[in-house]
Design a protein around this ligand. Structure first.
Ligand SMILES: CCCCC/C=C/C(=O)SCCNC(=O)CCNC(=O)[C@H](O)C(C)(C)COP(=O)(O)OP(=O)(O)OC[C@H]1O[C@@H](n2cnc3c(N)ncnc32)[C@H](O)[C@@H]1OP(=O)(O)O
Length: 243
């Protein structure tokens, strides 16, 4: 699955909906056993959640958006398919969450392709389920530092901390992902799927048990004047970087 939402594969409501529909189709087609998620935007895996879906929007829109973000995470994280991330670009915040939700991550060895949950740098807070997935992946202490400091790990650090499983030359990302896929598909589906569920369900359940409350928390938080101001400053910084 090649993500294409130029210029930066930001996860807008429309794009999330498209991803969800595509994933659902693949899940329901029993001829598919695995997917490789990669990007069609050069140098960018995904810029994460679309800031314009959270800035200057009314509460109803924010609630609809957050529901879609939750939905995408649950679908990828609990997918019965083998999900491999072929990460061929930078992958901050929501892009990192998407990567972390794969079963295996291959990152292209380019110092620009950093990955991490950088929410604090925007003046916002990674929700508990983003945090849980990071803790599950790199451990409590490393996650504590990474989250508070908003680390974006370049490839060598990303491998060392374990946020990705493999770093390979850029031109080998897709072929490596395919080899990894072959290895995972050699395992009987039912055994692998039940094992995946055993490992991941408790983390997903924490959100499933309080989805509405999580939406309300998000809407309350994002609607605060101080948070809207932080988003404004960050968006301005992105603009100025260009000019
Ligand atoms: C309780 C609250 C929880 C919320 C949890 C939030 C999770 C998130 O995912 S927040 C988003 C975090 N993402 C980022 O911090 C990345 C921001 N973007 C960048 O750093 C860069 O754009 C880049 C490195 C991804 C790409 O750089 P470059 O190729 O130089 O492209 P530009 O910076 O010029 O961007 C082009 C264009 O796209 C707009 N844009 C970039 N990122 C986003 C985004 N996440 N959402 C919406 N729009 C984004 C950027 O503003 C430019 O727009 P124009 O100026 O209109 O062309």
């Amino acid at each position: 699955m090649k993500m294409r939402n130029p210029p930066v594969n930001s996860l807008s409501l429309e794009f999330l909906t498209e991803l969800l529909i595509s994933l659902e189709k693949l899940e329901n087609d029993k001829t598919f056993r695995g997917i490789i998620i990669t990007s069609d935007c050069p140098g960018i895996f995904s810029a994460g959640l679309d800031l314009l879906e959270m800035y200057g929007r009314d509460p109803a829109h924010c609630a609809e958006y957050w529901k879609a973000v939750q939905e995408l995470w649950l679908r990828v994280y609990l997918s019965n398919l083998v999900v491999i991330g072929a990460i061929n670009g930078i992958s901050p915040a929501g892009g990192c969450l998407l990567s972390l939700s794969c079963d295996y991550r291959v990152l292209a060895n380019n110092p620009k392709y950093a990955i991490g949950l950088n929410e604090t740098l925007l003046g916002i807070i990674a929700p508990f389920w983003f945090k849980d997935v990071l803790v599950n992946t790199i451990g409590h202490r490393a996650a504590e530092r990474a989250l508070q400091l908003g680390f974006l790990f370049p490839p060598s650090d990303a491998l060392q901390v374990g946020i990705v499983d493999q770093v390979v030359p850029e031109d080998q990302v897709q072929s490596t992902a395919r080899s990894v896929m072959a290895q995972w598909l050699a395992i009987p589906d039912h055994a692998r799927q039940l094992t995946k569920n055993l490992v991941r369900k408790p983390t997903a359940d924490r959100l499933l048990q309080q989805r509405d409350a999580d939406i309300q928390n998000f809407v309350r938080f994002i609607s605060r004047d101080s948070i809207q101001k932080s988003l404004h400053v960050y968006l301005e910084k992105l603009k100025q970087k260009k000019g």
